[in-house]
Design a protein around this ligand. Structure first.
Ligand SMILES: [Zn+2]
Length: 334
């Protein structure tokens, strides 16, 4: 538990602003992170608990996090952000790979349990809502958020509203086939964007480069000799930052595929802002300029059209829980 404050950019007080703060909860595979968030996007209190493995224990855990925050703050609604497939009404969790719910009507169940309105939101959508209202996409007409971690999650905000597609699946960008003859993917295809542009891809590319060429001078080669499992995206980024040539080449490869994929995004959605978030965003200074150049060169009509500003997240790993609180707030205010 801790008191933290993340300043939002503020926003005009709509009708919902009169209702006061809401709770946003990021229900992740390892932790439940809850926060009280004001209508202007400020995080005023947080509570964190480990994620239990069974559904009843998970429901207890979320209820406890919310109850602890309600002891200190008056709130009027709760939003839950989670990685998984929701039904089109966003009341039922159909499948969440890192959580125990399978076709469970979590919205109604938690609402009865907590005694406040509860809304569910996909975590990438929640993050996009937060970035649009208070973060790197503030003021954007159309914004795409690309969250890059172990894979790629994506969300699209059009004229202030989340675009969900007809069945709540859009936009699924991680499995676009971006890389010709690229790596095989668990989805059954080959060359999916996230297989060459993710934290996981950084490690795979490093291992490929290490296997194909001798890089005795690279600190990564020494790491792999001592413990192959020690290689992580974060470690590679740190080595690239320190000027390690192999790590730099790995990051350049990542930047290349990020740029090519973002050119698809520019062609399909024509956004005015793209926000890169997720675990790799902390290393954005290493790759974002290169990705911007590659995107600009690959987008159709390059040089004759305005292109989206490509920015790094402003809200970091607070985006999901702020967005969950925003979803609760805006739904309660309508
Ligand atoms: Zn795939």
């Amino acid at each position: 538990m801790g008191m933290e404050r993340v300043d939002g950019a503020g926003g005009g007080p709509g009708p919902a602003a009169l209702l006061g703060p809401t709770v946003g909860v990021d229900v992740g595979g390892t932790s439940i992170r809850g926060a009280v968030v004001t209508p202007s996007g400020d995080v005023v209190d947080t509570v964190t608990a480990p994620t239990p493995h069974s559904a009843p224990a998970l429901e207890d855990g979320i209820a406890r996090v919310v109850a602890e925050l309600r002891e200190r703050h008056e709130v009027h609604a709760v939003g839950l952000a989670l990685a998984g497939f929701l039904d089109e009404h966003r009341r039922t969790v159909r499948f969440a790979p890192h959580l125990p719910w399978r076709d469970v009507a979590v919205g109604g169940l938690m609402q009865d349990r907590i005694g406040l309105p509860v809304v569910l939101e996909h975590d990438a959508n929640a993050a996009a809502l937060a970035e649009h209202r208070f973060g790197a996409a503030s003021g954007a007409r159309n914004a795409v958020v690309v969250a890059i971690g172990t894979g790629i999650g994506a969300a699209l905000v059009q004229h202030g509203e989340l675009y969900r597609g007809s069945f709540g699946v859009a936009p699924e960008l991680g499995h676009l086939q971006v890389v010709p003859d690229g790596r095989p993917c668990a989805c059954g295809k080959r060359g999916c964007w996230e297989r060459s542009c993710s934290g996981t891809a950084l490690v795979e590319t490093a291992l490929e480069f290490l296997a194909s060429e001798a890089h005795p001078e690279s600190s990564l080669a020494r790491d792999v000799r001592s413990d192959r499992g020690a290689l992580t995206g974060r470690r590679i980024a740190a080595a690239a930052h320190d000027g390690d040539p192999l790590a730099r080449a790995v990051v350049d490869d990542f930047a290349q595929w990020l740029g090519v994929g973002l050119a698809f995004v520019a062609d399909v959605f024509d956004p005015d802002v793209v926000v890169v978030s997720g675990g790799v965003a902390g290393s954005a200074p290493l790759f974002l300029d290169a990705a911007r150049e590659i995107c600009a060169a690959h987008a159709t009509g390059a040089g004759h059209r305005p292109l989206a500003r490509i920015r790094s997240t402003q809200l970091g790993d607070y985006a999901g829980l702020i967005g969950a609180a925003v979803a609760a707030h805006e739904q309660a205010g309508t």
